[in-house]
Design a protein around this ligand. Structure first.
Ligand code: PLP
Length: 391
């Protein structure tokens, strides 16, 4: 694959989503990047090849996806992985035994698990705190702190971290800031522009958007970090296959239009639920009642498709009654696809979080999380209404 398509520096988001990294195929002119389903490449002569040697290191379909996601996040270097957690794994492998990481206390469960059960054993130290308060973040830094790892908004409480503010205090100590941008996507929030050093994605979610592959990505403009990630991506080999990269490239082409609709639908449902008798709390950054609504407006250009709410008195029984009556919302883990999903975090994604920890965050037993899809909003509203009739 040759160089970048000549996209002007001011090319808009949708233009980059459709074209960045995606030259017509040099051998045929195919407009869509082919699935290079090969593990190796023939060499012309001793020491002479076309720049491709072995697929763990080089794959044109993967390179196209890496350039595409990097362009969307506004970063110089993109690296793709077989899953979001494979990306997290590689990012943590840039650290060494004895290094300290400050991380959000309400991270994606698998992120907490790999930190707590794998990297702690290998000698990294972790402090998990609520990162919504910049002074609390600064107070958690130690002389050996090398990384701050945040997710904003968090899941399922939709708590925000001020990316610019925590980046400022981290950079006073040369601590790198990593932001998991899976929920907002670069369409709404670009952490690198706000001062973060590296962005992480579960490509499985909104970037692919169709619930039909697993993938992860890291984007950075930090040259030293990029060198280290490139080395580790090849050294450990947690790379995605070309078919999954191709699916994700097909997904990112429509990211802008999908995110607009996710945001519209979620905003409408959040407003609707907030006014309903059978609902005691709604958590959505786009609501004026969200305690960090002003920050949400400042650091992102939309609020996304994720929300959660507490039905009735917040008991498990109230949650169960509503959850089990949903028809159009599928009861499933994961998020970010075109179809609407409902999750009961206390028994599904967050079952390993102790009940007291959950309750201390306002995360009631009956809380329901919605990944609002891009169906007709009237149908989604009607489904929630009929399910809430049991309250
Ligand atoms: C799903 C998810 C991950 C992990 O990604 P996988 O692709 O499932 O490995 C990490 N962070 C967030 C916010 C997620 O939703």
């Amino acid at each position: 694959m040759g160089g970048e398509k000549s996209l002007g520096p001011k090319a808009g988001f949708s233009t980059r989503a459709i074209h960045a990294g995606q030259e017509p195929d040099p051998s045929t002119g195919a407009v869509v990047v082919p699935i290079y389903q090969t593990s190796t490449y023939a060499q012309e002569a001793l020491g002479r090849n076309k720049g491709f040697e072995y697929a763990r290191t080089h794959n044109p379909t993967r390179f196209a996806l890496e350039r595409n996601i990097a362009a969307l996040e506004g970063g110089r270097h993109g690296f793709c992985f077989a899953s979001g957690l494979a990306a997290t794994n590689t990012l943590l492998e840039t650290l060494s035994a004895g290094d300290h990481v400050v991380a959000g206390h309400n991270l994606y469960g698998g992120t907490f698990r790999i930190m707590d059960r794998v990297f702690r054993r290998l000698g990294l130290e972790f402090t998990f705190i609520a990162t919504d308060d910049v002074d609390r973040v600064a107070a958690a830094f130690r002389p050996n702190t090398r990384m701050l790892f945040v997710e904003t908004p968090t899941n399922p409480m939709m708590q925000l971290t001020d990316i610019a503010a925590v980046s400022r205090v981290a950079h006073e100590r040369t601590i790198r800031v990593a932001v998991d941008n899976t929920f907002m996507t670069p369409f709404f929030q670009r952490p690198l522009e706000l001062g973060a050093d590296v962005v992480l994605h579960s490509v499985t979610k909104y970037l692919n958007g169709h619930s039909d592959m697993l993938g992860g990505a890291l984007v950075t403009s930090d040259e030293a970090l990029a060198d280290s990630l490139r080395f580790l991506q090849n050294a450990a080999g947690g790379v995605p296959g070309p078919m999954d990269c191709w699916l994700a490239l097909r997904g990112t082409k429509t990211l802008a239009v999908r995110m607009q609709r996710h945001d519209q639908n979620a905003g409408a449902l959040a407003q609707h639920l907030e006014g309903k008798p059978g609902v005691s709390r709604v958590f959505y950054p786009g609501l004026a009642s969200h305690p960090q609504h002003a920050l949400a407006r400042r650091q992102a250009s939309g609020f996304g498709g994720m929300m959660s709410f507490i039905p009735g008195d917040g008991s498990l029984e109230a949650g169960r009654r509503v959850f089990d009556r949903l028809r159009l919302f599928s009861r499933a883990e994961s998020l970010g696809g075109v179809e609407s999903l409902a999750c009961h975090p206390a028994t599904m994604t967050h079952a390993s979080v102790p009940r007291e920890t959950r309750l201390s965050m306002g995360f009631a037993d009956g809380l329901i999380r919605l990944s609002v899809g891009i169906e007709d909003v009237d149908d989604l509203r009607a489904d929630l209404d009929q399910a809430l009739e049991t309250i």
